[in-house]
Ligand binder design. Sequence first.
Ligand SMILES: [Fe+2]
Ligand SMILES: [Fe+2]
Length: 166
Amino acid sequence: MFIHDKVDDQLVQDVLSRKHQIEYSVHGLQHWQRVERNGLFLSEREGGDDLVVSLFALFHDSQRLNDFEDPEHGSRGATLATEFYDQGRLCISEAQLQTLTEACRDHTESIYSDNATIRCCWDGDRLDLTRISVIPDSEMLNTATAKEIADTMDYSILDRYRSYSR
Ligand SMILES: [Fe+2]
Ligand SMILES: [Fe+2]
């Protein structure tokens, strides 16, 4: 289901089983998969921790209560990631957990970050705004690679990296 080999199907299933929403959601599994794809594409080019990027994709929207107003969903996603870490389910260091939880917690409120990994996480999420017919504004993106995609509107480069149906 996920690209990163350390994010195995069992882990994804276990996070899915903690999800609140109905099966179909614009913030559901298919969105998580595209956020991972986008984030890994960016981290390859921009430098970033690929495992943290993949785990951000898995957790960041996992605790949404609805598809509309839910400002605390990032914090709840960070809490769930910490719970999995405490159970020994995530093969990451404490420093990686710190980055992961910050990325999840702040992904709706903050726009810019100095952390290379978090920049890839947030841009990967925002590049998937096209799923709801919103064209990402390059001013709201962190990385040069994501800005170029937004400016040229050439999203096919992401699909060539790995294609997902919408
Ligand atoms: Fe979100
Ligand atoms: Fe998202």
